[in-house]
Design a binder for this molecule. Structure first.
Ligand code: C2O
Ligand code: CU
Length: 450
């Protein structure tokens, strides 16, 4: 225990209850920065109904899929007392959080937690935004079976919307008995697993009731192993409010947005009219896999009677200082590649090496990395523990400035990113967030050194 600090127990809710909880949470935080959000989490086997007809032996955090939405204010300390009740070792990675290396949950920084053992994760939450947590051990099995959850950190100055939803997208491959299929053959190794059953918050293509006239904040996480979600909400315009690393500078109106595996996006959605039925879909996206992509539905918004709106988004959300201006020297190139393999057709590598050992970076030395995709398929590049700014995609600046931890790299493309190693020395990594590619070796380790 830490003496004078305030404590909150079990600061988590099911995704649908997030909005009511938000109000309670805000009222209970007179002193942001000195609150400890304490929570017990376990990973265990659970009977889960992904579809109305199926009963699956899934794996979940606290007996649910997804795990509880962890909610906190920026500056809070999060303390998670974790117990592993799985039949195999695991560890939790806090995707997108700028926390000390020792808390990052990878095998580089902690011994996987054996069945029956506990481990306490404890760190301060430095940034507001939508994050998520998932195992970093045997991910193609553990994440696929349902071990993932959202983590929402609120800032002091958030736009006002009429309600909020946390929507965690996933897909699963179930066999005829309704059980999660074990990792498959070479096509799946190559493409990544893309299951035909689409899930929102652990349920197949749910209905989302919404009041006419209202504008909601949707915090969306793509937790699927390999699926690229080209998100459309009935082809209606929505506003992008934030990305991986929190709010962007001003709302951006769009009709579709691409969420690659690992990505988050915050949207302002609505208003709709009473009686509207609006399909939330993932449009066809050709990421050059062997299996072809189609338009597919994730959920259906059903709009009921009108309620008054108090939404006030404003034109300015935040200021993001550019990390670099003018000409820069690239400090390193990270090549995403493939190598032939007898057993699986190809192996996925970085700089020609599976599980590449990359050079260290120094605290305070600006990093400008050119992430180069030498392959003929897309890869979502994810950097642990630090946010980056995208400087250019094939030489062109992005449409707006943002903080990211995951970015798509199209075939034969180059994405130039900049990031600053702060004083969190230790072992870090980057990898393709298609879980099968990561497992096969498309990743690099490196140290941040003083
Ligand atoms: Cu969500 Cu190492 O990643
Ligand atoms: Cu990949």
């Amino acid at each position: 225990m830490t003496g004078h600090q305030h404590h909150h127990h079990q600061h988590s809710t099911s995704p649908d209850a997030a909005s009511a909880h938000e109000k309670a949470r805000a009222a209970a935080t007179p002193d942001p920065g000195r609150t400890v959000v304490r929570l017990e989490l376990d990973a265990r086997e659970v009977d889960w109904s992904f579809t109305p007809e199926s009963r699956t032996r899934a794996w979940g955090f606290n007996g649910q899929v997804p795990g509880p939405v962890i909610q906190a204010q920026v500056g809070d300390v999060l303390e998670v007392q974790f117990t592993n009740r799985l039949p195999e070792a695991t560890a939790i990675h806090w995707h997108g959080l700028r926390i000390p290396a020792a808390m990052d949950g990878t095998e580089m920084v902690q011994r996987p937690i054996a069945p029956g053992d506990t481990f306490t994760y404890r760190f301060r939450l430095p940034d507001a935004g939508t994050f998520w947590y998932h195992p970093h051990v045997n991910e193609t099995v553990q994440v696929e079976r349902g071990l993932y959850g959202a983590l929402v950190v609120r800032g002091g100055d958030e736009p006002t919307l009429d309600g909020e939803r946390v929507l965690v997208l996933d897909d699963v491959s179930l066999d005829s008995e309704g059980q999660v299929k074990p990792p498959g053959g070479w096509i799946e190794q190559h493409d990544g697993r893309q299951g035909p059953t689409r899930l929102v918050n652990g349920r197949q293509e749910p209905d989302l009731p919404m009041a006419a006239g209202q504008i909601e904040r949707w915090r969306i996480v793509n937790a699927s192993s390999a699926r690229y979600v080209r998100l459309s909400i009935g082809e209606r315009p929505f506003q992008i409010l934030g990305t991986d690393g929190g709010l962007i500078e001003q709302p951006v109106t769009a009709r579709e947005v691409l969420l690659v595996p690992g990505d988050r996006i915050d949207l302002a959605v609505g208003p709709f009219s009473e009686g509207d039925i609006v399909e939330v879909t993932s449009g066809r996206y050709n990421r050059r896999t062997i299996r072809r992509s189609r338009d597919e539905r994730f959920a259906t918004v059903r709009v009921g009677p009108a309620s008054p709106s108090r939404a006030a988004i404003g034109g300015r959300l935040r200021t993001i200082e550019p990390l670099v201006s003018g000409d820069v020297t690239v400090s390193r190139e990270v090549h995403l590649g493939v190598r032939p393999s007898l057993s699986t057709g190809v192996k996925f590598v970085v700089n020609k090496e599976p599980h590449h050992r990359d050079k260290p970076v120094k605290v305070g030395e600006l990093q400008v990395w050119e992430v180069v995709n030498d392959t003929l398929m897309d890869h979502p590049f994810h950097l642990h523990g630090f946010f980056f700014q995208v400087l250019a995609v094939n030489g062109e600046p992005p449409a707006f400035r943002s903080w990211e931890d995951t970015v798509n790299v199209s075939p034969r493309s180059r994405v130039r990113i900049a990031w600053m190693p702060d004083d969190r020395v230790g072992e870090w990594m980057y990898h393709c967030h298609i879980l099968e590619h990561h497992a096969s070796g498309m990743m690099g380790h490196f140290a941040v050194v003083a």
